[in-house]
Design a protein around this ligand. Structure first.
Ligand SMILES: *Cc1c(COP(=O)(O)O)cnc(C)c1O
Length: 353
């Protein structure tokens, strides 16, 4: 730390992303990327003509992409904002809707960025413990800016639209932000409710179910007023936050929805066969609506398992938090990758018997 840093950031603990190794000899199951390539239509845009256009600034309103998204989600384009990944959207939302007058409420076990953004913006947080089975009790989310990942990460458990609606209804004076990063892997989207409730903001991303983590495209759907609030902040930081190339490929991705639906179906299928094999090996497997599994085995400490996998060339994710330190989270890769993962896991469980 230099002596020039604003003291308000002195204690800030930054988000720790999953490892992104520069050598690619690992089977990478640690950051919930898709194992499948972007659609052929998206890949076709990676050409010299697109690159030549990079001399120009991108459209700050992301108009073409917003129109596509609005048509796909059956809202108007003024109900949509696009930004540089959903992390960027989340940051804008914490700035816009967080306050020192009331807390931001989120589960004790959830996406790590929520507590980082509350600390960054000096908002007090109320971390609400998940139930012992890791489910979220909707009745506990009251009287604050409410932020929920649905499906939740890293558990993979999800709430129904009716449960989300009960939270939205019970908090008419605060924004309820639903982060649907994983919704396309078996959850229920509550995007339709944004037409009915002025306090609901739904955040989504192209990173997981549209195979574009590297393109950094996220978006949110809400009332025109909520989206205006987010634009006010976006345009006070970086109106050009989504680059020209990502706007083009994001637009093409919406036209390739059938391809992405097929990819998601395949991920779900591989997730379920992998879960069955792990259960047969004696693992506890939390039922997942994400592109990942959250698993543990009594005889195998989470950190030991994580390190053993790594030594065998497989990257997974492990957290030290005491409620979940027995678990690891493993992203769903290709069928072949998951077969290797299960075989390696079987070998590791024998080593640690
Ligand atoms: C991956 C993830 C994000 C971040 O998505 P980006 O669009 O890549 O920034 C947001 N929320 C949750 C719960 C995630 O798992």
């Amino acid at each position: 730390m230099s002596r020039f840093l604003n003291p308000r950031y002195a204690k800030l603990e930054a988000y720790v992303p999953g490892e992104q190794p520069t050598e690619c000899h690992y089977i990478k199951l640690n950051t919930n990327e898709s194992p499948f390539p972007p659609s052929p239509e998206v890949l076709a845009l990676a050409n010299a003509d697109q690159a030549a256009l990079l001399r120009l600034y991108p459209d700050p309103d992301c108009g073409t992409l917003r129109k596509k998204l609005a048509a796909y989600y059956q809202v108007s384009e003024q109900n949509v904002i696009v930004a540089n990944g959903s992390d960027d959207i989340l940051n804008l939302a914490f700035m816009a809707f967080g306050s020192t007058e009331y807390p931001v409420c989120f589960p004790d076990i959830t996406y790590g960025f929520y507590s980082v953004f509350s600390d960054l913006h000096g908002i007090s947080s109320r971390k609400i413990p998940l139930e012992t089975d890791f489910s979220i009790n909707p009745d506990q989310y009251r009287d604050g800016f409410i932020v929920l990942a649905n499906p939740n990460a890293p558990t993979g458990l999800s709430l129904s639209v009716a449960q989300i609606e009960s939270i939205v209804k019970a908090n008419p004076n605060h924004v309820v932000l639903i982060d649907e990063a994983y919704v396309d892997f078996g959850g229920q989207s509550c995007v339709e409710l944004t037409r009915q409730y002025d306090n609901l903001l739904v955040v989504m991303t192209f990173s997981k179910s549209r195979n574009l983590a590297g393109a950094r495209i996220g978006f949110a759907v809400g009332t025109i007023a909520l989206i205006d609030d987010l634009n006010r902040i976006k345009n006070s930081i970086n109106p050009y936050s989504v680059n020209r190339f990502s706007l083009a490929i994001g637009t093409a991705a919406i036209d390739s929805q059938t391809y992405y639906d097929t990819c998601c179906q395949e991920i779900i299928r591989i997730r379920e066969t992998t879960a069955a094999k792990l259960k047969a090996l004696g693992f506890t497997v939390i039922p997942s609506h994400g592109n990942f599994l959250f698993i543990k085995k009594e005889t195998l400490a989470g950190d030991k398992f994580y390190h053993a996998l790594r030594a065998h060339g497989i990257l997974a994710r492990h957290w030290d938090h005491k409620r979940i330190c027995d678990y690891i989270r493993v992203s769903i890769g290709t069928e072949a990758e998951m077969e290797t993962f299960v075989e390696t896991t079987q070998a590791i469980t024998k080593e640690f018997l």
